[in-house]
Write a protein that binds this ligand. Structure first.
Ligand code: FEO
Ligand code: CA
Ligand code: CA
Ligand code: CA
Length: 656
């Protein structure tokens, strides 16, 4: 996936303990050893040390939940978990209601919750108590084409897919904005609202920033809306991740160029394995030409961005902010620099991809210019990519044509992906961001997922969820220390002078996730507390607790390496002590992703994505019911992604 320029930057091979010791730093290493946070070197004693730590100094006021293989959501004693908003639930009023056999039409789907709930944010409504009522913006990352339709993937190629099925799939992608409120029993409900809206793969959008000279100023839709973010001016940021999967072509002679291949496009897009062959999942390109890679004006370069949405204005046109780069965006963690510039941290979630940071040219100054057009702060600025050195130092490399090994186009025309010139224009950097970062010498990472910034210290944490290829094309390094990194890890860094706009930083390992029962010492991890694998969702609450959500693949959950870790989960971590405590476990086959809280922290919203996802090498994708019927259970429903509410029965804040 990465260019030769990356592959050639090899570092000498070192032992695992050397790498961990170097990464933590000598003083931190000793402290970590004493507190049980360096488990690979403390085999056999980790459990005792951790329980001693947690008993004496824990900041958490809940009892951990055990690992679970059950088909339900489990929360600590004294808490309840209630289903709020499932795939197919109407966004407004009484209908259209969900049909348990998935027979809802495309037109109905357009007025219902999409599939694959992922990142989300909660927004206050002016003049309304946000602890009682507000707006929830929820991403719908992808569609499970088997579950979405009564007849699943039928008709299989070579029979043509009907446009109605393509539209239903497109309408189940995107974003929901729903108004929610507490009822007389304190439970949260979706209520009727003029602000309720669905944004889909067909919603008109504006394109802004440097890419416009290459891709134009408009596009329909947003897809593969993974994680999210928010701005201080009250807008929602929804991030396009695996957009390559919905493109393809039926033109067998079509040859993908290097630019398309660098982003993982293929002729059939995402596929399902079936009867020993790969069946294309989406097939949008069969009847919607803009997803056909062979069409000269297809939309491939118009997806892969961070999209800004105003949740308060249902008529607002979402804007793709191309200055933030084009890659498989996970989330967008936005903070202000010391002088008020907007800084956005972003991960590119693919094996051996990079971590990025955007810094606006101008400052956010609401006092001087109340109600200004602050979205433009996301159009003019500089994109940087991270380089992690083995000595614990790091550097942000500017992605500017003519700097950091990035050649500039010799004319005003565009280079990469447009013609054979090797150079980059400003637009090329916004569209061919991966190729620019390759040339700059960024550090290939173990799949960067969410990034979270501590509310007080501004220290930054990133989930590196796993990397089965680490050690092959890309040797281990101090920031990605494990070969065949099955369980992932979390890094932390602080910027020079604790200023998010700095271009130098110092980093260390926060934790190595793992299975303490694993036969390989390096895969046991060093978590001080409850074990988990594959960190993904990360968010700090306002008190500085780091909430971690996991995405262990359904393919591996509960077997071999992952046997003792059970279903996916949500945990609370203390960034100071390193303690990790399991808070919630999900139903079978699901991922736990996306969370938000009300300002009083008494309500926690969590997304349960793809309950019942089958282990794909042992199951038949034509049978959607065999692994989970959550959340409808006995009512005969198929599994449905859903937003749930977690709250305490005594009404007190979460986690305390
Ligand atoms: Fe949509 Fe990388 O998770
Ligand atoms: Ca994720
Ligand atoms: Ca993931
Ligand atoms: Ca998932």
């Amino acid at each position: 996936m990465n260019s030769d320029s990356n592959a050639s930057r090899k570092t000498p091979r070192r032992t695992f303990s050397e790498i961990v010791q170097s990464a933590l730093g000598r003083r931190d290493f000793l402290q970590a050893s004493l507190s049980g946070a360096c488990g690979a070197l403390l085999v056999g004693t980790l459990g005792d040390r951790v329980s001693a730590t947690t008993q004496t100094s824990s900041r958490f006021g809940f009892a951990n939940v055990p690992v679970s293989a059950s088909n339900t959501v489990v929360v600590p004693e004294g808490y309840v978990a209630e289903v709020l908003y499932r795939w197919g639930d109407p966004i407004n009023g009484l209908g259209p209601l969900f049909s348990a056999d998935a027979s809802n039409t495309a037109a109905e789907q357009q007025l219902q919750a999409g599939m694959g709930h992922d990142g989300m944010e909660y927004f206050a409504i002016p003049g309304v108590d946000p602890n009682e009522r507000g707006l929830l913006a929820v991403n719908h990352e992808y569609t499970d084409q088997v579950l979405l339709f009564s007849d699943g993937l039928a008709p299989l190629p070579p029979a043509a897919i009907p446009l109605e099925k393509v539209r239903k799939s497109q309408y189940a992608h995107g974003v929901s904005i729903v108004e929610i409120a507490r009822d007389a029993n304190r439970a949260w409900r979706v209520v009727e609202s003029d602000r309720a809206r669905r944004i889909t793969a067909c919603t008109p959008m504006r394109i802004a920033g440097p890419a416009v000279s290459r891709v134009g100023t408009t596009v329909a839709g947003t897809v593969n809306n993974c994680a999210a973010g928010r701005t201080p001016w009250g807008t929602y940021l929804t991030c396009e991740e695996n957009f390559n999967g919905v493109f393809g072509t039926t033109q067998n002679h079509f040859v993908l160029n290097d630019h398309l291949r660098r982003y993982g496009f293929s002729k059939r897009g995402y596929t399902y394995p079936m009867d020993g062959t790969d069946v294309p999942a989406f097939r949008w390109y069969e009847c919607d030409q803009r997803f056909d890679l062979a069409d000269p004006n297809n939309d491939a370069d118009r997806f892969g961005y961070v999209v800004e949405v105003d949740p308060l204005d249902p008529n607002s046109i979402p804007v793709k902010r191309t200055a933030l780069g084009r890659f498989k965006h996970e989330n967008a963690a936005l903070v202000l620099s010391r002088d008020g510039r907007v800084v956005v941290y972003m991960g590119d979630d693919e094996r051996n991809e990079y971590i990025y940071k955007y810094i606006s040219a101008d400052r956010y100054q609401p006092d001087k210019n109340p109600g200004g057009d602050y979205g433009r702060l996301l159009d003019e600025g500089t994109l940087y990519v991270a380089k992690f050195s083995d000595d614990g130092k790091g550097e942000w490399l500017a992605l500017r044509a003519g700097e950091n090994g990035i050649p500039k186009t010799s004319s005003n025309s565009h280079g990469l992906g447009v013609n054979d010139q090797p150079g980059f224009s400003d637009a090329d950097i916004a569209v061919c961001t991966r190729e620019a970062a390759d040339r700059a010498g960024a550090t290939p990472m173990d799949r960067p997922e969410w990034i979270a910034v501590h509310p007080d210290t501004k220290e930054v944490f990133v989930s590196l969820t796993n990397n089965s290829t680490r050690g092959d094309a890309h040797p281990t390094d101090a920031a990605n220390p494990r070969e065949k990194n099955i369980f992932g890890h979390i890094l932390r860094w602080h910027e020079e002078h604790d200023d998010p706009a700095a271009t130098q930083f110092q980093w260390r390992v926060f934790l190595l996730a793992g299975n303490p029962s694993h036969s390989s010492v390096t895969q046991q991890g060093n978590v001080a507390g409850d074990a988990f694998g594959c960190p993904d969702g990360l968010r700090f609450d306002s008190t500085g607790v780091l909430w971690i959500q996991t995405d262990m693949s359904a393919k591996y959950m509960g077997n071999s390496d992952f046997k003792e870790l059970g279903n996916n989960m949500m945990l609370a971590a203390d960034p100071e002590s390193g303690e990790v405590r399991r808070f919630l476990t999900g139903p079978r086959g699901c991922e736990i992703t996306g969370n938000a809280m009300t300002p009083d922290r008494c309500t926690l919203f969590v997304n349960i994505q793809h309950p019942g996802e089958p282990p794909d090498d042992t199951s038949d994708p034509r049978d959607p019911h065999q692994f989970s019927d959550w959340p409808d259970g006995g009512r005969g429903g198929r599994p449905r992604s859903a937003t749930i509410v977690v709250r305490r029965t005594d009404g007190a804040p979460i986690g305390t």
